[in-house]
Design a protein around this ligand. Structure first.
Ligand code: C5P
Ligand code: MG
Length: 212
């Protein structure tokens, strides 16, 4: 009897631990597009590190606005203290417990900062990794820029830098999680609805159910 009650209490508290899925891939791999699709069908809140940084950049009186703009334009990574605190605040504000964290952790500083501040407070379920060639990703980002994304980094110079950062700083993070068996590799070179089928398989094989 007592053990059953204890078990229920443990399960209750376990449920309260926020669960996260990190979403990584090159710029233009389709992280944002897939996260939107996922959050429509699954009980996950989409938090994009890039979107949160762009929002913070626009916030009147932000002490980080200029630094963020400079980093974004140069395809460099903002110090984790800023990004992690934006993510943490957004998680708390949502009142939810399951999150897709899109575009994070992007480098060693991001990873170490998360592990310092958040890894004890959350449970990492897995890492979705969208694989897509540089050529196709570049084409998509430039197309997005031409279609009026309004992003200061969807231009050839910024993209070149973003790609270098991705190869040099983000790939080792993906490899780090891959060695832990946490990476779910997704072919992101096909149409969004096709990619989404692979994503669903990844969720299903991790025992995560569709809710909508
Ligand atoms: O993910 P997204 O393409 O929206 O990111 C745009 C830019 O935001 C990155 O190139 C980088 O400058 C910044 N960023 C960051 N740290 C992250 C995610 C994004 O500095 N974890
Ligand atoms: Mg994005």
């Amino acid at each position: 009897m007592l053990s059953r009650v204890l078990c229920q209490v443990a399960r209750y508290f376990n449920k309260m631990v926020p669960e996260v899925v990190f979403v990584l891939g090159a710029p233009g791999a389709g992280k944002g597009t897939q996260c939107s699709l996922i959050s429509k069908e699954y009980d996950f809140v989409h938090l994009s590190a890039g979107d949160l940084l762009r929002e913070e950049r626009q916030r009147p009186g932000s002490e980080y606005g200029e630094m963020i703009e400079q980093k974004i334009r140069n395809g460099e990574i903002v110090p984790v203290e800023v990004t992690c605190s934006l993510l943490h605040k957004a998680m708390q504000k949502s009142g939810k417990t399951r999150f897709l964290i899109d575009g994070f952790p992007r480098n060693k500083d991001n990873l170490e900062g998360w592990n310092r501040e958040m890894s004890d407070k959350t449970k990492l379920l897995f890492v979705l990794f969208f694989e897509c060639s540089k050529e196709l990703c570049t084409e998509r980002c430039l197309g997005r820029g031409a279609a009026g994304s309004g992003r200061s980094d969807d231009n050839p110079e910024s993209l070149h830098k973003r790609f270098n950062t991705y190869l040099k700083d983000t790939m080792p993070i993906i490899e780090y999680y891959d060695q832990k068996g946490l990476v779910r590799k997704i072919n992101a070179e096909v149409a969004p609805n096709e990619v989404f089928k692979y994503v669903k398989n990844a969720f299903e094989s991790s025992g995560i159910q569709i809710v909508n």
